[in-house]
Write a protein that binds this ligand. Structure first.
Ligand code: SAM
Length: 221
């Protein structure tokens, strides 16, 4: 069973997405377990303060090291095999290869930031720093959800057809997916490409490959 832990100030953020569709089925089937650790439970003063003003001045608040490190230690105590990943725009960029790596690891703790982010010293307590991409979200929760969702659909037994994940974009030699069509054959004057109606599987496979390569060249280079 894949074990995910989420360190967050907003555990409720995950309720709806994890109770729908593929993640919900995977959880029900016992293929994945998700535990939330509420960062505020690790605050060490009576006001349950988790953030403070930045040294050196400037806007916003910074997440304090004491509660965050205590939460990381709790996650490691619960699951000594866990890999602790800090979500930050300054991290290594997430990819399908990374998702596959996490599937192999099997134990993941995703550390969600808020406000201006983490006190820099917290970096010494995590295994890696990960970014969803070169843009700024208001919190780590949407990033954690994307990472978790992409991992869950790769877990053996989660997808109805295991082929789906293998044929997705990026999985096979890093290229994008080919275009898909379904009924009707003509929609507002736009026809399904003839080759897909031919029943010739070799030609269909070759056409799909050409489309995927052309699309990858155009959109990714
Ligand atoms: N001051 C930070 C910066 O410019 O890098 C941005 C902080 S952001 C408003 C608050 C939190 O959202 C971050 O601590 C991080 O956990 C999360 N976050 C925002 N963008 C992200 C991204 N692209 N990838 C992963 N996490 C992100």
């Amino acid at each position: 069973m894949f074990h995910a832990q989420l360190i967050t100030l907003f555990p409720g953020f995950f309720d709806s997405p994890l109770s729908c569709s593929i993640p919900a089925r995977a959880i029900r089937a016992g293929l994945v377990r998700v535990d939330c650790l509420h960062l505020r439970d690790f605050a060490q003063d009576k006001h349950r303060k988790v953030d403070d003003t930045p040294y050196g001045g400037g806007p916003g608040m910074v997440l304090k090291p004491e509660p965050v490190v205590a939460a990381i230690r709790a996650a490691r105590h619960r699951d000594p095999a866990t890999r602790v990943v800090m979500l930050t725009p300054s991290g290594t960029r997430f990819s399908q290869a990374k998702a596959l790596e996490y599937v192999e690891v099997g134990h993941l703790t995703l550390l969600c930031g808020r406000y201006e982010g983490f006190d820099e010293r917290i970096c010494d307590y995590v295994d890696e720093q990960l970014s969803l991409g070169d843009y700024v979200l208001s919190g780590g929760e949407p990033a954690a959800l994307c990472v978790l969702d992409s991992v869950i659909r790769l877990l053996p037994g989660v997808l109805g057809s295991p082929e789906s994940a293998v044929l997705d974009s990026f999985t096979e030699d890093g290229i994008l997916d080919w275009p898909h069509y379904t009924r009707p054959e003509v929609f507002e004057g736009k026809r399904v490409p003839e080759v897909l109606l031919s029943g010739n599987h070799a030609e269909i496979a070759a056409w799909r490959r050409r489309q995927a390569i052309a699309r990858s060249r155009k959109r990714r280079r």
